[in-house]
Design a protein around this ligand. Structure first.
Ligand code: FUC
Length: 800
């Protein structure tokens, strides 16, 4: 039941000792990840289209997309900090913040709202919006081009992303020789590695070069198999450097001015690394020249054998990825991923389950590959971007997108992917304070719709989206959630609380009294990304409720009594943003303006259900019903991220079948053949959001109760999951059959009262502590129970 392991990786030309070491690593570390069948994204041909068919690898800072061409293979790559715009940009740059105070204009808008009740977005944008200059774009760094001399047909072509082992493989037979290419991006070594091998000696001949886009100066140098390219971006002078090393033992390398030639090698390894002189520091955002770091990484990596690089990469990856396994009854199937997608929902349960389990773990693979300590957080496309003018600048939208990127980090046990988010948000506090002061005359800090790597904290001028001053508070939610999940007191005191206090302070200074009822409200307020400007749109009020409640709780925990009282006093008279309207819906605005036919992709007024937890199944059933009515009216369509959000929302409504329906919609309508989420275009938030949604279907822990299998769909009648995390620092494994929980394992990190809920508790079960083997006292109330957990202890809840 709990995971068996059965994977042997194809590794030609490894030394016996290394092979044994790798096998042992696979056997010892992989056991959780191989519950069910190994998970892969597969194709039977090279990628014709980067976005639809490319296979991504990444180490947080760098990403690359494997196309796997036969005569020519292109490995397009990125490094997260390579951005145009910002300080030094030719166009100028102002962080989106006007040099003069906007508070007089704000007062005008507030006055008009009080008089008229609402305003057109265009009118408010005219008053408070700002023309964007020098915002910049995330850049394509370049391409590694492999040019092969052979041009005969091949057979047995196979291209796969092995999610269990974080490795892309391309293999084929050509003129009787079996070729294998492997690609991975190593976090421990900071390099991308490619190995070309064959099952016969002297069969690898290839020309290797680097293509760099032409919006920058390029100085190319080639020495001893190392190609170095460096220069500066024309727009902002940002210095960049990339270095590629070709390692082909016992083979003469030749080179021309642009590329390295390898002839008749047995195998070869290419290492690639890159960097810029970006630094995450307001206001200049420049640090050291990238040269030293690039040289250091390449030299260190080139001293290691390929096998050692791979083993270190996989040890790092397994440490994160293997914490969670999901077995829905998937199998190793012969079909490629596009074939599985085409067959999905055709009544073949194994196909469906295989695709769903793969999609779940693909989200975890993507966040591990695009968000690791020392770099920027995952942007709208994670770390992967092939153009210099990507959609939405490939930036950080903070009215749902960046937040959704990180929902899975806590629940699917990947805390190591969070530091880039916290470092990024911390770095936005200073410009966010300026924005708060200049635009709203407030202390504290905030953000609006969108931000970039250059501390953009102000506003743009797009009328139907620009005004989202709740974004800072929404980002602060992630800090408190991290504390709730980990119970890390040091993090709470030193990082979460100061950040949250600033976000809360902004609202203490910004709320106004609604002349209609004397409640504290947000004005002007706008529900993303539609409708009129009003006072007290539901989402504004719910997010402000969330930050004030969290800040008040955190203040109590750290002993800041003064701020606890201040926030609690405002909370007591805050408009909650929770109203049931004329057709039973949860109102999107304070006035009942909702159109039952409105199917807008944003469902912002359900923030209180997810990712907030103001609406709770056990405490507020009438609000839950109103949320259901709203979601039904909004429909099951929408862009990728919108469907992913709805998976989470239906899970919180404890409707597993509907959550599963949304997941199916996302897989059929909003998923590209390589499983990337399609907004359209490719936008990664939907991948992350759906993975979080699946976790939410299996385990929830908001409002101090761990709910086991709260939204299990009928179609997942049998399965198991290991390693999900619940708030309170509890790691949970679940095993179910006939849609009923058979066994749960709860590992408590801290001593605490643990409240659990599942229908099993109303039946015959046993709860036993692992270290003593003895039954644990549990106080029951229907299908819920509370017991005292000891930190470090494991508890087995078993059906009798
Ligand atoms: C928000 C959404 C869009 C898109 C963009 C990046 O503005 O409304 O759908 O996801 O972010």
């Amino acid at each position: 039941m709990w995971a068996s392991c059965s994977a042997i990786t194809h590794k030609p030309l490894l030394g016996l000792q290394t092979m044994f070491a790798v096998l042992l690593t696979t056997i010892c570390l992989n056991h959780a990840a191989f519950a069910g069948a190994p998970l892969k994204v597969t194709f039977d041909k090279p990628a014709a289209d980067w976005e639809r068919e490319g296979l991504p690898i990444g180490n947080g800072a760098m990403g690359a997309v494997v196309m796997g061409g036969i005569d020519a293979d292109k490995l397009q790559f990125n490094e997260k900090t390579l951005w145009t715009g910002g300080p030094g940009s030719k166009q100028g740059y102002d962080f989106g913040i006007a040099p003069e105070s906007q508070t007089a204009k704000l007062a005008e808008v507030r006055k008009t709202l009080n008089e008229k009740g609402s305003m057109e977005p265009e009118a408010v944008a005219k008053a408070l919006g700002r023309k964007t200059i020098g915002y910049g774009d995330y850049q394509n760094f370049g391409e590694v081009v492999f040019q092969f001399p052979q041009s005969s047909t091949v057979s047995d072509y196979h291209r796969e992303l092995d999610l269990n082992n974080s490795l892309v493989r391309v293999s084929y037979t050509q003129n009787g020789v079996h070729y294998l290419r492997e690609y991975f991006a190593s976090y421990p070594d900071g390099v991308i590695a490619v190995r070309l091998s064959a099952d016969q000696p002297h069969k690898i001949s290839v020309n290797i070069g680097l293509n760099i886009p032409n919006n920058r100066s390029v100085d190319t140098q080639i020495k001893k198999g190392v190609i170095t390219v460096k220069g500066t971006l024309e727009d902002n002078g940002l210095a960049y450097e990339a270095a590629l090393q070709v390692l082909a033992p016992n083979t003469n390398l030749t080179s021309d001015s642009q590329s390295v030639n390898v002839t008749n090698a047995d195998s070869l390894v290419v290492l690639l690394t890159a960097g810029t002189n970006y630094a995450q520091h307001y206001p200049v955002y420049r640090g050291k020249d990238p040269h030293a770091a690039v040289v250091r990484k390449l030299e260190a990596a080139s001293k290691k054998s390929y096998e050692k690089l791979l083993a270190d990469h996989q040890a790092d990856y397994h440490n994160l990825f293997d914490r969670v396994s999901l077995d829905l009854g998937q199998a190793s199937l012969a079909q490629t991923t596009p074939e599985l997608l085409a067959a999905y929902r055709k009544g073949d349960a194994v196909v469906d389950r295989t695709l769903e389990a793969t999609y779940f773990q693909f989200g975890r693979y993507l966040i591990i590959s695009s968000s690791r300590q020392g770099s920027l957080p995952a942007n709208l496309q994670g770390v992967w971007n092939k153009t210099n003018t990507p959609p939405w600048n490939d930036d950080y939208h903070v009215n749902i997108n960046l937040q959704m990127n990180y929902w899975l980090a806590e629940t699917t046990n990947l805390q190591e992917t969070l530091p880039p988010l916290f470092d990024f948000v911390d770095s936005l506090v200073i410009p966010g304070q300026l924005a708060a002061k200049q635009i709203l005359g407030a202390n504290g800090w905030t953000l609006f719709l969108n931000t970039n790597v250059w501390g953009f904290a102000g506003v743009i001028e797009w009328p139907t989206a620009f005004w989202q001053p709740e974004a800072g508070a929404w980002m602060a939610q992630h800090y408190y959630e991290h504390y709730l999940f980990t119970r890390d007191e040091k993090f709470l005191r030193e990082r979460a609380y100061p950040l949250m206090k600033g976000a809360a302070q902004f609202w203490l200074d910004t709320l106004v009294k609604d002349p209609r009822d004397g409640k504290w409200v947000v004005a002007p307020s706008f529900s993303p990304e539609q409708g009129p400007f009003v006072t007290a749109a539901a989402m504004s009020q719910q997010i402000v409720f969330d930050i004030l409640r969290n800040a008040s709780e955190a203040a109590a925990l750290v002993g800041d009594k003064k701020f606890q009282k201040q926030t609690a006093d405002v909370l007591a008279n805050l408009d909650s943003g929770l109203r049931i309207g004329s057709w039973g819906q949860l109102q999107e605005w304070k006035q009942d303006l909702d159109d039952p036919k409105n199917q807008h992709r944003h469902i912002s007024h359900l923030f209180a259900l997810h990712p907030g937890h103001q609406i709770d199944a056990s405490q507020t059933p009438e609000l839950l019903q109103a949320a259901r009515t709203t979601l039904n009216a909004r429909g099951d369509g929408g862009t990728g991220w919108s469907q992913a959000w709805k998976v989470n929302l239906w899970a919180r409504l404890q409707d597993g079948d509907r959550a599963h329906k949304l997941l199916s919609e996302q897989l059929t309508i909003s998923t590209l053949p390589n499983l990337w989420d399609n907004h359209p275009p490719f936008q990664i938030d939907g991948n992350f959001g759906a993975t979080a949604g699946i976790a939410e279907m299996l385990l929830q822990s908001q409002n101090n109760q761990i709910q086991l299998l709260p939204a299990l769909p009928t179609t997942w009648a049998k399965g198991s999951v290991t390693g999900l995390r619940a708030r309170g620092d509890v790691v949970v494994d679940l095993d179910w059959n006939n849609s009923e929980l058979q066994k749960a394992v709860l590992k408590a990190g801290h001593s605490n009262q643990v409240s659990i809920k599942n229908s099993l508790l109303a039946k015959s079960f046993s709860l036993v502590a692992k270290s003593t083997g003895k039954a644990v006292v549990i106080k029951l109330n229907g299908d819920s129970g509370v017991f005292t957990a000891q930190g470090g202890e494991t508890y087995f809840l078993t059906k009798n």
